[in-house]
Design a protein around this ligand. Structure first.
Ligand code: HSE
Length: 369
């Protein structure tokens, strides 16, 4: 396998280093705007040098961002090259364009590192859906948010200090708003749900609430009631359709999710044969992420395509009702008073997300049963 790398940042360098140790694959060209010199690969600045090179059969996209990554990946597929990408925003946003194109061109297309970094989550979903109906997917899918919430909960740090540390440790995206407002988790749960349920979700139907409004006083109330707050991405098959959303959630202190430390991820599927299966590990970082890119390269070399067939466009309905912790301005039904905050009666996911949009000082977290 002859590979061209698009991007030579954290992930690209890791892929280059790992493939150098292997005899079955070789990086021969690297697209990089900076001047770099590599002993056994040519650095190029123009994508044409890769697209027009017939010796290259596979492109690894590790640039990040949507543009020009999308145009480059599209052109690579049109040139008949396999594509492996670690870019969740790209694969999620252009799912409806890239999946049919890969199928039409008969090229391999894998993106295991895009969700869960080093966890083989998407490739496990691929295996899981072959033999059973998946009922639910999701969990803790963003290391930065877990790092912040864990530091606030266990070490009493404040939000700003914990976010700065997550940035310094390289967990956060270039723009950390993407992490803390839940957008990174949103991309990951949409992609996971599409694969698990064989659908293509309308983005607008998947609501997202992040953790940026959380305060130390919220964390103290959760602890007093035996709860821990985590940012969860959830995708569920319901009677009539699908419930898919991203939001802070209160889990019991003895639950697996409550005990996920630092920047780790914990992602779970529930299948009608296997029941609950959880996957825990490093959701980011050079070598864990590059590890899964190389796993994808091995799979592509073995002739594997995407994880699931392309499914029809679907809207999440989110009529599922939950109880919620709310601090700030709730005037609906109340089931418990938590001294400065409340636990609501049952409110649908769609209604609570709509309410949060018009109450910019409020913080809400679902109470997991
Ligand atoms: N910023 C992401 C995270 C990186 O914190 O999980 C991996 O997608």
């Amino acid at each position: 396998m002859k590979i061209a790398l698009l991007g030579f940042g954290v992930v690209g360098r890791g892929v280059y280093e790992i493939t150098r140790e292997r005899s079955d694959m070789q990086v021969t060209k690297v697209l990089c705007l900076e001047d770099i010199s590599l002993p056994d690969a040519q650095a190029v600045k123009n994508i044409r040098d890769i697209l027009e090179d017939d010796s290259i059969d596979t492109v690894v996209e590790a640039m990040g961002g949507l543009h020009p990554a999308y145009e480059f990946v599209r052109a690579a597929m049109e040139a008949g090259k396999n594509v492996v990408s670690s870019n969740k925003a790209l694969v999620c946003t252009y799912y409806r364009e890239l999946l049919p194109l890969a199928q039409k061109m008969g090229v391999g297309f894998r993106s295991t590192a895009a969700v869960g970094g080093g966890i083989g989550w998407l490739s496990e979903l691929e295996r899981a859906r072959r033999v059973q109906t998946l009922r639910q997917v999701g969990g803790i899918m963003n290391g930065t948010c877990n790092y912040i919430l864990d530091n606030m909960t266990r070490l009493g740090k404040d939000y700003t200090e914990a976010l700065k540390q997550a940035q310094a440790l390289g967990y956060a995206e270039a723009n950390p708003t993407t992490d803390v407002e839940g957008i990174d988790t949103w991309h990951k749960i949409i992609l996971s749900s599409n694969i698990a349920f064989g659908i293509s979700l309308d983005f607008d139907s998947v609501p997202v609430a992040g953790i940026s409004r959380i305060l130390a006083e919220d964390i103290r109330r959760f602890a007093a009631h035996g709860r821990v707050c985590k940012l969860l991405g959830i995708g569920k098959r319901t009677e009539d359709g699908f419930s898919v959303y991203v939001q802070p959630a209160l889990v019991g202190q003895d639950q697996l999710e409550a005990n996920v430390p630092m920047n780790y991820n914990l992602i779970t599927f529930v299948g009608d044969i296997s029941d609950r299966m959880s996957f825990y590990g490093q959701g980011a970082g050079r070598y864990p992420t590059a590890y899964n890119v190389v796993q994808d390269l091995v799979d592509v070399a073995a002739g594997k395509g995407f994880y699931a067939p392309y499914g029809v466009g679907t809207k999440a309905d989110n009529t599922e009702t939950l109880s919620w912790y709310v601090r700030g301005g709730w005037d609906g039904q109340i089931s418990e008073d938590w001294d400065g905050a409340v636990i609501t009666g049952k409110v649908s996911v769609a209604d609570m997300h709509a309410w949060l949009k018009t109450h910019s000082d409020a913080f809400a977290a679902s109470v997991q049963e």
